[in-house]
Every structure is written in structure tokens, then in C-alpha cells.
Design a protein around this ligand. Structure first.
Ligand SMILES: [Zn+2]
Length: 320
């Protein structure tokens, strides 16, 4: 069995995965606000998930720049910056049997590794992936290799500038993709609409406590026909479509994979994105690039983290 640990901005998810990529057990908790709580709660979570399992290895996916050699979190702006400087393998419980390797990488890169090994990208060599959650992550495979770049930062697609004069982003830039398309961006837009007094379903839902509105609420209101919620999602989706089209012109990927909590919206998201990207790229690319969901849905991060562990275990065996 493999243990996959997916550290996200909203939830910490852990899962037990067999060697064929089948997820046999999962659990999750809300992401803690401090390193003390992170240590304590992740220890409990991982103990619960891995209890009684014979582990071949453990893998961790974490946002930011992660050194895959020593698993150190080198750069992680935002809510989880408390993890910066920590070595992720030290945060995994001490009860792991001796000899069980712990590896880690950027969460989106791990998710793409999982899709290449077990999922929608099996047999593909040129793949573009975006993880659409509280922020936006990304990963790129070119000619079968996951792109890392000079210092391991490559693939931070959520921090592509899509509006040079747009809102300030947690990364220090302005108008990044995740300032206009992400769960956080949608929640901020919905909060502002409620505060402005817009007559909408979101205000009727959370008028007294607008800070409680969630991305899922915005999608639910939009699917019920609320024009304000629809406009918020449509605006973000157009930015995302434009960004994917630009990336396809740059990379000429065979397929695009969308993961993360917002991708769970299904056709509400995929239909307009497919139409928009097709319109923008058809002439130059001369084909329709498939835009697919992750095979493991909400557990794509767990599967990706587990695939890192399997990859490391196989390498270890090859070296031995
Ligand atoms: Zn940014």
C-alpha cells in the first residue's frame, strides 16, 4: 500500500492507495492555521488513514516550491506560509516503519504524475494540467518529462498575469489568473456583490454573514439561475479559457486536465471552457484539444502523492 498526503489550502486529505492506483481509504480535515495545529492534526489524520496498512512508501503533495530531494518547503506564500523552511518528511508521523521512504513535490506536479501513471494522461507525453481550488496550481509534461524549470518554480500557472492592472495577488504580482479564477476569487466577488446590496440569491443566502459565502454556494446559486452568481463565474471562466488557449499555443499539449474542487462542478465548468478554448485555438492548432477531468476526481491530489511514493520505491528497487 501507498500513503498519499495532499496538503491543500482548504483541506488536508490523506488516502491509502494500492499499487494499481485504486484508492481504498480516505479521510480529510480542514487546513489548520498554525504549524502547531498542522503537526498535531496531520499526525492524527495520517495515523487514522494508515492504521494497520503495510506501507511501501508515503508521498506528499504541497502547494508552493518543494525541493524533491530533501522535501523542504522553499517558498509558500499565503495562508500556509507557516510551512516555509520545514522539511515535509519530518512532519510525517514517526510511526512510519523504518525504511519506508517519504517523498514530496509541488501538489499540482504530483497530481499530474498521478494522472500520467494511473489516470487521464496514461500514454500521453505532452500534457497541461491545472488544479482549480482555493488557488490555482499547474503542471506541465513536455515529451514525457515533468517540467521543473531553473529553481523548481515552473508550472505555477495560477500566477500567470492575465490582467496587468488587476488585483494584487498573494505572490506580490497583480492580476494573476488565481485573482480572477479560483474559489477564493469567486468568494471575494460574491462577498463584494452582497456588500454592495445586489439583489441576488447569494444575498438571500448569506446577507447577514456575507463572509460565510463559499465557492460551492456561488456555483449552486448560478445553477439555479441567479444572474449575479452566473456573471461572477462567467467572468472567471473567460479568463481561464484565455489562459488555457495561450498555454496551448505555447506548449501544443495533447490534452488538458482540470482538477481541484472547482472541477467537480462538471459540465457547468467544462462546457463553456471547451467552447471558449476551441474558439481561441482551432485555427492555429488545427484540432480540438481534449479537456478532461482528473480520473480520481476530488482525490486526484491523494493519487498524485501516492504515485510519487510508488515512483520513488521503484527507483529505490532499481538502484538496489
Ligand atoms: Zn500571483
Amino acid at each position: 500500500m501507498l500513503l498519499g498526503f495532499d496538503i491543500g489550502g482548504t483541506n488536508l486529505k490523506a488516502g491509502l492507495v494500492d499499487l494499481t492506483g485504486k484508492i481504498v481509504r480516505t479521510d480529510s480535515i480542514p487546513t489548520p492555521d498554525s504549524i502547531i495545529d498542522f503537526r498535531k492534526l496531520s499526525d492524527t489524520l495520517l495515523s487514522r488513514v494508515a492504521a494497520g496498512a503495510q506501507l511501501l512508501g508515503a508521498g506528499i503533495g504541497c502547494p508552493g516550491v518543494i525541493n524533491p530531494v530533501d522535501t523542504k518547503v522553499e517558498n509558500l506564500p499565503g495562508k500556509m506560509s507557516y510551512l516555509e523552511g520545514f522539511t515535509l518528511s519530518d512532519l510525517v508521523p514517526r510511526w512510519l516503519p523504518e525504511g519506508v521512504s517519504v517523498c514530496a513535490d509541488n501538489d499540482a506536479r504530483a497530481a499530474l504524475a498521478g494522472e500520467l501513471m494511473f489516470g487521464s494522461a496514461r500514454g500521453k507525453k505532452n500534457v497541461l494540467m491545472l488544479t482549480l481550488g482555493s488557488g490555482v496550481g499547474g503542471a506541465i509534461a513536455v515529451n514525457g518529462a515533468l517540467i521543473r524549470g531553473h529553481r523548481g518554480v515552473a508550472g505555477h500557472l495560477g500566477h500567470m498575469t492575465v490582467d496587468p492592472l488587476g488585483a494584487y495577488c498573494l505572490c506580490g504580482n497583480r492580476g494573476c489568473l488565481e485573482t480572477v479564477f479560483s474559489a477564493r476569487a469567486f468568494e471575494i466577488e460574491a462577498f463584494a456583490a452582497i456588500q454592495r446590496g445586489c439583489d441576488c440569491a447569494m444575498r438571500r443566502l448569506h446577507g447577514d454573514e456575507p463572509h460565510l459565502i463559499t465557492c460551492a454556494d456561488v456555483f449552486a446559486c448560478a445553477s439555479e439561475g441567479d444572474p449575479v452568481a452566473r456573471a461572477i463565474i462567467e467572468r472567471g471562466t473567460r479568463y481561464l479559457g484565455g489562459a488555457i488557449a495561450g498555454l496551448l499555443h505555447l506548449l501544443d499539449s495533447e490534452i488538458v486536465i482540470l482538477g481541484g474542487q472547482i472541477a467537480q462542478a462538471g459540465a457547468t465548468l467544462f462546457d463553456p471552457i471547451r467552447r471558449d478554448v476551441e474558439r481561441r485555438t482551432r485555427r492555429l492548432l488545427g484540432r480540438t484539444v481534449p479537456i478532461l477531468a482528473t480520473v480520481a476526481g476530488p482525490h486526484a491530489g491523494i493519487l498524485g502523492a501516492a504515485s510519487l511514493a510508488l515512483h520513488a520505491a521503484r527507483n529505490q528497487r532499481t538502484r538496489a
